[in-house]
Design a protein around this ligand. Structure first.
Ligand code: PMT
Length: 399
């Protein structure tokens, strides 16, 4: 993705920590990939790495003062804040996080952060005890809530001899993060509705029928679609997962509720049914807890639930693309293709269940099947597979 950075305008902020030496490597690789890198250093940063080094690596004089008449005569700080397409502060010390969280603007770097409309990314780096402090974690939570993008830190050996969280993310990982933040957003302006998680079908107030879906695959899809610029509605059955940022989540419990919420969000550009919807529900859930001695629990009458995705696919407000999932224990591709045709879908993602695969796991393996055949999307984390799925969608059936 190196071409993504060609002529892109990045401010690399460096604050005073031992990890500042890694910022030199990052400045070099961002410049090598074609970015215009304006380094801005705090006074403390200059104790760890010299401005001259960074000037040599980026080809641009380093900025370090808010009140430098010469620099301000060239590009003033407000102009510089507007010039940036992205600000990355690496390393961001505990002090830097505290000053950003409290909205300080008493040096060039904090002032630029206050004045820029660009996204601000932070790569914290500090001693593990400083990282664990409640004040640091509170500042981090504030910054995350305000839309700052945080990378790392990683765990491992620290320069001070401690071991734990606080090592700055590696320059290659930060470079990838900058590339992905500046990459063209292929789903900009598109609306995507995704169902996720299980449904629960009440037997009585304390019992229900359900399955092992954790929601991880559907939530990963929501995050990937959001990062590609889509407006995402996530219709979620009961899960323990937090709502992804900048995603509209609608919580439901039963298949019937999931159907109603899905229909209420038509039309959209794409509907992706990743939820593991219970196929059956008790005909009439009891209002009071059923008692073992008094009720025959082995005779609960079931009725088939509506097929949500088939209803969406047949709707007169059908989304441009309707994409399902198939969880199978055997002959996965054959069963998946059958469901593709029967439910009237544009594509179906087939995963094989069993041996800790698919349900609940952090990783998955998927095949994409459509009218033209099946493609192996490989085995990876659910987040990476979600990105691959959207790339495949964009390539094979553009929205
Ligand atoms: O949530 P995780 O733990 O991360 O696990 C992910 C997953 C295994 C649940 C996911 O990858 C997956 O395979 N989801 C679909 C599971 C499923 O129920 O498949 P199915 O073959 O029963 O259904 C086929 C399609 O019809 C699915 O798109 C399903 O959402 C939809 N369906 C099924 C029944 C029903 N009544 N209404 C539906 O819309």
């Amino acid at each position: 993705m190196a071409y993504v950075l060609s002529q892109r305008r990045v401010i690399l902020g460096i604050t005073g920590g031992i990890a500042a030496y890694k910022a030199a490597e990052l400045a070099r690789s961002l410049s090598k990939a074609g970015a215009q890198v304006q380094v801005v250093m705090t006074d403390a940063a200059k104790a760890f790495v010299t401005p001259l080094t960074l000037q040599a690596l980026t080809g641009m004089p380093v900025r370090d003062s808010l009140l430098d008449p010469e620099a301000e005569a060239g590009m003033g700080h407000i102009e510089l804040a507007r010039w940036a397409e992205l600000i990355l502060i690496a390393p961001a010390t505990a002090d830097c996080l505290a000053r950003l969280a409290s909205g300080r603007g008493d040096d060039l770097l904090t002032t630029l952060v206050l004045a820029t409309p660009a996204p601000v990314h932070l790569a914290p780096a500090m001693n593990q005890q400083m990282w664990a402090q409640a004040s640091t974690q509170d500042n981090l939570a504030t910054l995350t809530e305000r839309g700052f993008v945080i990378h790392g830190p990683e765990s491992g050996d620290q320069a001070c001899g401690d071991v734990g969280f606080g090592r700055m993310s590696e320059p290659e990982a930060l470079q990838r993060a900058v590339e992905s933040a500046l990459a063209p957003r292929a789903l900009e302006g598109k609306s995507i509705t995704i169902t996720a998680g299980p449904t629960q079908e009440a037997i009585d107030p304390v019992r229900y029928l359900s399955n092992h879906s954790s929601g991880k695959m559907g939530y990963a899809l929501a995050e990937a679609a959001r990062d590609l610029g889509a407006r995402v509605t996530l219709i979620s059955g009961p899960t323990a997962l937090p709502c992804p940022e900048r995603v509209q989540r609608i919580k439901v419990v039963s298949a019937q509720e999931m159907l109603e919420a899905s229909l209420a969000h038509l039309p959209s550009d794409a509907f992706i049914g990743c939820a593991a919807v219970a196929d059956y529900r008790p005909v009439s859930p009891a209002e009071q807890k059923l008692k073992k001695g008094q009720n025959d629990l082995s005779q609960i009458k079931l009725i088939q639930n509506p097929d949500i995705i088939a209803t969406i696919a047949q709707s007169d407000r059908r989304p441009k693309r309707v994409i399902g999932f198939a969880a199978e224990t055997q002959d996965a591709l054959a069963y998946g293709q059958k469901k593709l045709a029967e439910k009237g879908l544009d594509a179906i993602l087939v995963n094989t269940v069993g041996d800790g695969q698919a349900f609940g796991a952090d990783h998955n393996a998927l095949h994409w099947c459509d009218a033209a055949g099946c493609v192996d999307l490989g085995r990876a984390s659910k987040r990476v597979l979600a990105e691959t799925l959207f790339q495949t969608l964009i390539k094979r059936t553009p929205l």
